[in-house]
Design a protein around this ligand. Structure first.
Ligand SMILES: [Zn+2]
Length: 134
């Protein structure tokens, strides 16, 4: 878990926002940023975001729900949300665990994800659900 990034302490309730500020999230992060990673799947390789996960109940859209757009593809399981004004990916309901949201670590207020060392890249090309199906 990561409780501090640069000079920014991760709060138990930490806000996140898209670029334009239309969308604001509040996340419960009592353990800080847990296991942040990148992924090489077809969508993550394009957006390039550092992502960490929280239980569904730990992420609330406090402003701008109407500005969020939903994007789905492939198995149509994951729900990828982005701001319709500035285009920034904020969070997604995960395919590998639909009880969790992934969220864009770079959207956390005050957090520069490039200051987090040794971020793993997970093998989303070979998704666990695809492997078990084959
Ligand atoms: Zn925006």
């Amino acid at each position: 878990m990561i409780k501090q990034v640069g000079n920014t302490l991760i709060e138990a309730k930490h806000r996140a926002s898209c670029h334009c500020g239309a969308v604001i999230l509040e996340l419960d992060l009592p353990d800080g940023i847990v296991d942040p990673g990148r992924c090489n799947c077809s969508i993550c390789r394009r957006k390039g975001a550092v992502v960490a996960a929280v239980p569904l109940a730990a992420l609330r859209v406090v402003k701008g729900a109407e500005a969020l757009r939903l994007y789905q593809f492939g198995s149509m399981t994951a729900k990828h949300y982005f701001c319709s004004v500035c285009g920034i990916y904020t969070h997604h309901q995960r395919r590998s665990n639909p009880q969790e949201y992934g969220y864009n670590v770079g959207c956390l207020e005050g957090v520069d994800p490039y200051q987090i060392p040794n971020i793993r890249v997970s093998d989303g090309v070979h998704h666990p659900l695809d492997r078990s199906a084959s």
